[in-house]
Design a protein around this ligand. Structure first.
Ligand SMILES: Cc1cc2nc3c(=O)[nH]c(=O)nc-3n(C[C@H](O)[C@H](O)[C@H](O)COP(=O)(O)O)c2cc1C
Length: 354
């Protein structure tokens, strides 16, 4: 059956989420989550994306720092405000280490409508990990246990975790798993690298497999899904895996989730969809970010990746970065969208890192 686009009907409705893999003859049930990427997958991106690419079932929002005090200002949860979130279901993420920092924010989010919160135990940034936050928390199983005990007693939200294998060594997740297994966690999202690795090396699939075998908590895979090929290899290795998270892969290739669910789409269709998505993203960024300079810089950041769809990518990126005003940016991007030739696949070299 030929797929026909209609921009008013969610693309998801056209797609059968069951996918027959010809080689393994296994029906895969595929649920895709949008990963939190601070600076990229905020509400302006989620809104524009879900308008034209309805391929993600859910998103985890980039983290909000936990903090003491009961007053939660609107500005702190701006990315999560209902009026800033059009369509894609989103789960808030909190980073911190002690329960009293988490509780007021988690409760506030619950009463505001977020029935699940995710805890960040994966951030590898040294200045954060050194303070026992993000992946730095994985070194201290007793603190994780205390945190979860208190949270499960005191907050009404469901709790999910997003974590790496450890900070220094993968023994850390082996020590932690029996503790995690004691709690009714909703989901465990695992990016199978160590915090100390940042984004170097490859995801450790053996260690991931160990996690799958050693927990009953529903587990989600996150890491290095950059194209159909890498995804299908993962699917073959983990045929029972239903839920996958994609982060950098979708910034590099906006069409990746669609390709995974639907199969290849033509360049003409891509050009058309990208034009519509880009106009929507631009509008969202202008509405969300206060000053023209910030709006322009954000669009330039995205174009560091969008330009890689084009044959003439180096020049295109250079031209965009030379824009001095939003008007100039609008003119240049419009010309590029209308005239520049596309590559058959986006250039994916050197990955975004935090
Ligand atoms: C720029 C950037 C920002 C990120 N921000 C967050 C974040 O706020 N919370 C989080 O849990 N993970 C964050 N991550 C990690 C991603 O969610 C994801 O787990 C990781 O990039 C591996 O998946 P990928 O290869 O699909 O990108 C970030 C990663 C990058 C590159």
């Amino acid at each position: 059956m030929k797929f026909v686009y209609s921009y008013h009907i969610p693309i998801k409705d056209y797609f059968c989420q069951y996918k027959l893999n010809q080689n393994s003859k296994v029906h895969f049930f595929m649920i895709l989550y949008l990963a939190p990427l601070q600076g990229y997958t905020e509400s302006y991106f989620r809104n524009a994306y879900s308008k034209y690419f309805d391929c993600f079932e859910s998103a985890i929002a980039p983290f909000i720092p936990a903090g003491y005090g009961d007053t939660i200002k609107k500005s702190r949860i701006r990315d999560l405000l209902h009026e800033n979130n059009d369509k894609m279901p989103v789960v808030p993420q909190i980073i911190g280490k002690y329960a009293p920092e988490f509780i007021p924010l988690a409760k506030h989010l619950y009463h505001y409508g977020y029935k699940t919160v995710n805890i960040n135990m994966g951030c590898p940034i040294q200045s954060i990990a050194k303070k026992m936050r993000g992946s730095g928390l994985l070194v201290y199983p007793e603190i994780v246990e205390m945190l979860l005990e208190k949270l499960f007693k005191e907050v009404p939200n469901h709790i999910s975790l997003k974590m790496r294998l450890g900070y220094y060594k993968k023994q850390e997740i082996r020590d932690l798993m029996p503790i995690l297994n004691k709690f009714p966690l909703k989901e465990l999202i695992i990016h199978p690298r160590l915090g100390s690795q940042m984004y170097t090396g490859k995801p450790d699939l053996e260690a991931y497999e160990w996690c799958v075998r050693n927990t009953q908590i529903p587990i989600i895979y996150s890491g290095d899904i950059f194209d159909k090929n890498s995804f299908e290899k993962l699917q073959k290795r983990f045929p029972q895996q239903e839920k996958w998270m994609i982060g950098r892969g979708v910034i590099y290739d906006l069409f990746l989730p669609m390709t995974l669910k639907q199969g290849n789409i033509t360049t003409a269709e891509k050009i058309d969809l990208f034009g519509k998505f880009h106009a929507s993203l631009f509008q969202e960024v202008v509405e969300y970010r206060n000053r023209p300079k910030n709006q322009l810089n954000k669009m330039k950041e995205y174009w560091g990746y969008f330009s890689r769809q084009y044959k003439n990518h180096t020049q295109i990126h250079y031209q965009i970065t030379r824009s001095n005003s939003l008007e100039e940016f609008a003119e240049k991007s419009d010309r590029i969208l209308k005239q520049e030739a596309w590559r058959s696949k986006p250039l994916i070299d050197g990955f975004i890192s935090e």
